[in-house]
Design a protein around this ligand. Structure first.
Ligand SMILES: C[S@@+](CC[C@H](N)C(=O)[O-])C[C@H]1O[C@@H](n2cnc3c(N)ncnc32)[C@H](O)[C@@H]1O
Length: 274
């Protein structure tokens, strides 16, 4: 579980420090999202849970006639994203919680998000709020992970740490897999003011390690980012060394052509304001 409060603090700081490697891991998802919104009208676009801003920047470049705003609860990530705008006139970032953000430049007509919306503390409240402040017939397009079983970058690591990292409790608790169950997401959006909810399965290549020592690079990445990071941090020192050795071996086994990459399985979810 990773909730909004954790993103505001240490988790957001880690992601800001690691933005190049987190972008690398999600990069292959971005063209799928750009394709999914290509035919969707929208001049006022909000990237929800924008993180270090890659998707907002890509949307701004693809749609120069649109104004793009990225919002996020992590001040560290908003600062990182802002540096990356490099003078683009049509893309800005702001510190805001999606659950109570108020548009100050007109109602948005398109929300987009790459893996940013499944961390809401109160998903029904946040999605209802986003619908309420959106323009008439506004659209929503976000990606979220499917099940851990279909995402070996998470489940494989979790097995090696005795199931750690993937909370066994509430499957819908805020976290990377909170929206894996499409029936749950369809009900949630439907009761929060969104209609015509559609799901497209989307598989992509999750790149975790490269360079001179791809397995070491991936190990360093997973020690800071993702569900395994906290379990590893909280593990007693004496237990950690053998676990890390097993993980490095597992990552080395995934290495091909100088890269450690995993199949990743996501949904692209689209909806329109009811
Ligand atoms: C997995 S990261 C994805 C970041 C970014 N979309 C990307 O693709 O790199 C999830 C993001 O959602 C943000 N987030 C979590 N809860 C939020 C909320 N209630 N409102 C806005 N952003 C939120 C986090 O701070 C984090 O940047």
């Amino acid at each position: 579980m990773t909730n909004t409060g954790e993103w505001e603090g240490g988790v957001g700081r880690s992601w800001a420090a690691e933005w190049e490697r987190t972008d690398r891991s999600f990069a292959a998802m971005t063209p799928h999202l750009l394709r999914a919104i290509a035919a969707v009208p929208g001049k006022s676009i909000v990237d929800v849970g924008c993180g270090a801003g890659e998707v907002a920047l890509a949307v701004a470049d693809a749609r120069p006639d649109a104004r793009v705003l990225g919002i996020d609860v992590s001040a560290d990530l908003v600062a990182t994203a802002t540096i990356r705008t490099q003078g683009r006139a049509n893309c800005v970032f702001a510190l805001a919680d999606a659950a109570n953000w108020q548009p100050d430049r007109g109602a948005p007509d398109l929300y987009v998000s790459r893996h940013g919306v499944m961390f809401f503390d109160d998903p029904p409240g946040a999605f209802a709020h986003l619908a309420q402040v959106a323009a008439r017939s506004a659209s929503l397009c976000f990606s979220c992970f499917r099940s851990p079983r279909e995402n070996p970058w998470a489940s494989g690591m979790s097995e090696l740490i005795g199931g750690g990292g993937l909370a066994p409790g509430d499957p819908h608790a805020p976290g990377p897999f909170a929206f894996a169950d499409r029936d749950y997401v369809a009900d949630l959006l439907g009761s929060a003011g969104w209609a015509d909810v559609r799901f497209e399965p989307c598989d992509y290549r999750y790149l975790a390690g490269s360079g001179a020592d791809p397995a070491g690079d991936a190990l360093g990445f997973f020690m800071r980012i993702g569900p395994a990071a906290r379990a590893l941090r909280e593990m007693p020192e004496a237990e950690r060394a053998p676990v890390l050795a097993r993980i490095e071996h597992f990552l080395a086994e995934q290495c091909a052509h100088g890269e450690v990459a995993f199949p990743a399985a996501a949904w692209i979810v689209t909806a329109t304001k009811a």
